[in-house]
Design a protein around this ligand. Structure first.
Ligand SMILES: Cc1cc2nc3c(=O)[nH]c(=O)nc-3n(C[C@H](O)[C@H](O)[C@H](O)COP(=O)(O)O)c2cc1C
Length: 148
């Protein structure tokens, strides 16, 4: 037990942006596909992030959170916007921050990797590679997305 407490992994870490993590254990961004299909967190997802936080990590990152449903990477992505269920998002935020963990969102735009049945694969440039095709976002679409 002493070894765990004296381990460098257990030391606090202050990031250049000023955020202070309680230790150096992080769950990297993972697109977990646990959203409810219209962009809101499910109870299973909330329970999972609470469990990870109770496991003692300092930072937990949710992968591929979308600002618009148009370019989602998977049907289970979280989508934060006007139609979000903010009560459920707050529950997720609180659960993921249990015991002093920090819960961060990775904002995602899947580009050519957007899930074609539910999205419009579009990226900064058009791509036509084997298994990877997408159209180009117009300047207007880029501006609109940046403002969302
Ligand atoms: C199931 C799964 C989902 C992932 N989703 C994302 C994601 O949404 N965003 C991202 O930047 N990386 C994602 N990754 C990459 C991980 O964040 C990590 O960088 C990668 O797994 C390398 O770390 P490792 O060698 O410890 O596995 C994902 C990885 C896995 C296994």
């Amino acid at each position: 037990m002493d070894q765990i407490h004296s381990s460098p992994l257990n030391q606090t870490l202050t990031l250049p942006c000023g955020s202070k993590l309680k230790n150096r254990i992080a769950k990297s961004a993972m697109s977990d596909s646990l959203g409810d299909g219209v962009g809101n967190p499910t109870n299973d997802q909330i329970n999972l992030y609470e469990r990870w936080a109770k496991g003692g990590l300092g930072l937990s990152i949710i992968g591929e959170v979308q600002a618009t449903p148009n370019y989602a990477e998977k049907p289970g992505n979280l989508i934060v916007g006007d139609h979000s269920d903010y009560d459920q998002l707050k529950r997720l935020a609180r659960a993921g921050a249990t015991d002093g963990a920090q819960l961060w969102l990775q904002l995602g735009h899947a580009g050519a990797m957007a899930d074609a049945p539910i999205s419009t694969p579009k990226g900064p440039s058009a791509l036509d590679l084997p298994g990877l095709t997408c159209g180009a976002l117009s300047l207007e679409e880029t501006r609109h997305k940046a403002l969302q």
